[in-house]
Write a protein that binds this ligand. Structure first.
Ligand code: UD1
Length: 421
């Protein structure tokens, strides 16, 4: 299995282009199932997770053309051979569950394997199922699959989510576009990826209002048509690379990014003493001399601080001048990077969902192991600052979500390379 080796201690100077958003693209691709005309997505990121979604859609009978080296995906779902999403693909990626709503809405039936366990917590799909049941789907869970039927089609309904779920909001939103009548999603997720999905569905002829707020209203239509839609920039990739010069030192410009995309991270980084500015070409981040200030940060649904940047922020706070607190409120088991960072000399205590981080003046390189996507990139970031060599194992996690990571960082002067075993 490939590993990544980093020699730390080099400040970063240069520019990093930001790719299309993985999580937006993973919801946009199944939207193609809602129409018999093709959906073309531009600015798609080239990542393992996107390839997995392509594999899944192909297994259902979609015709997919990847143009411009995979940055443009044209997905046709005119003739589906199957409405069954097999365990072999679904187990690789939880976002596979997003085909359930569209298949059911357009074809009246679907069989989707339940996603298996996941390293960052139980992550059930009960809210996805609840929403579809409210819209009239008959669901049966057997043999590890959700067997769903709505022979006469789905019907508009009021769906009140007991907790905010990005994926359940996306599944319900897609299903509702073809349901008879009006659907109201209450306590809906407000993430930019939801707004992007609604924009795309509207371009396909859907009638949607309120995306970006906690109440989304959808008027069902009889059919959707084809469209071309650009995937938004990846705010998590952006945040990760904003934190890179904050940890390693130096000054980096994130090309094509705007302040709004940085969300809650911008203010927290300023609070830590980093220098951020919007430029004509993007966002510039610089670390002034000296150590960063400690922070107390709680992860929350958007517009709160994203759980997907918690591990990377922890890497920064290991070097802060004082004690920081990180409270993880979205996933119950998302501190697996903490023991790995400790191997590099970080001082972290975890009690339940709360991590206390006592900043140290320097980290030391060590062999470490990636446990999930964001955890693994936090170890890369820590390695950029650490003295000596850090070797990160199990980097297939990284390839799921970061396009050309070594290339982007080495262009800014990082000493980082992939070791192929
Ligand atoms: C999406 C993102 C992921 C991010 C997460 C939270 C994608 C492909 N993934 O994941 O990167 O970390 O949002 O911002 O977009 N829950 C339930 N029942 C459900 C669904 C969720 O209890 O049916 C719980 C989860 O266990 C979790 C919380 O709700 O504790 C939020 O999860 P959710 O927003 O659904 O995350 P995902 O859509 O899976």
């Amino acid at each position: 299995m490939d590993r990544i080796a980093i020699r730390g201690g080099r400040p970063l100077h240069g520019e990093i282009p930001i790719s299309g958003a993985k999580n937006a693209c993973l919801a946009l691709m199944p939207a193609a199932l809602l129409s018999d005309e093709p959906l073309t997505l531009t600015n798609a990121p080239r990542l393992a997770d996107i390839r997995t979604m392509r594999e899944l859609l192909s297994s259902l009978g979609c015709e997919i053309a990847a143009l411009q080296e995979g940055k443009v995906l044209a997905i046709g779902a005119a003739d589906l051979a199957s409405q069954r999403a097999d365990y072999d693909i679904v187990r690789k990626m939880r976002a596979s569950i997003l085909v359930l709503g569209p298949l059911l809405a357009r074809h009246g039936r679907a069989e989707v394997s339940l996603p298996g366990g996941c390293a960052i917590g139980a992550r059930p799909v009960d809210l996805h199922l609840m929403a579809l049941e409210k819209m009239g789907a008959r669901l049966d869970l057997r043999d590890g699959y959700v067997h769903a039927e709505a022979p006469g089609g789905l019907t508009g309904a009021v769906v009140d989510f007991p907790l905010v779920s990005v994926g359940a909001t996306e599944n319900a939103l897609m299903a509702a576009t073809l349901a008879k009548g009006t659907t109201v999603l209450k306590n809906a997720a407000r993430e930019p990826e939801i707004v992007d999905l609604a924009d795309c569905l509207r371009a396909m002829g859907a009638r949607i209002e309120g995306e970006g707020t906690s109440q989304i209203t959808i008027e069902g239509v009889a059919a959707l048509h084809g469209a071309t839609h650009p995937v938004i920039a990846d705010r998590i990739e952006l945040g990760t690379y904003m934190l890179a010069p904050a940890i390693a030192g130096g000054e980096v410009e994130l090309l094509g990014a705007r302040r709004a995309q940085a969300g809650a991270l911008w203010d927290r980084m300023e609070e830590a003493g980093l220098s951020l500015s919007e430029t004509a070409g993007g966002i510039k981040v610089a670390r002034p001399e000296g150590r960063v200030k400690p922070l107390h940060v709680i992860t929350e649904p958007f517009p709160g601080f994203p759980t997907d940047l918690q591990a990377q922020l922890m890497a920064l706070l290991t070097l802060a001048d004082g004690e920081s607190v990180l409270e993880e409120r979205i996933f119950e088991n998302r501190f697996m990077h903490a023991p790995e960072l400790q191997r590099m000399g970080a001082r972290i205590e975890v009690h339940g969902g709360v991590a206390r981080i006592r900043g140290v003046p320097a980290l030391k390189g060590a062999p470490v192991m990636a446990t999930d996507l964001r955890a693994s990139v936090s170890l890369v970031l820590a390695g950029l600052a650490a003295e000596g060599e850090t070797v990160v194992g199990r980097i297939y996690h990284l390839d799921r979500g970061y396009e050309r990571l070594e290339e982007k960082l080495s262009a800014c002067g990082a000493d980082i390379r992939r070791l192929r075993d």
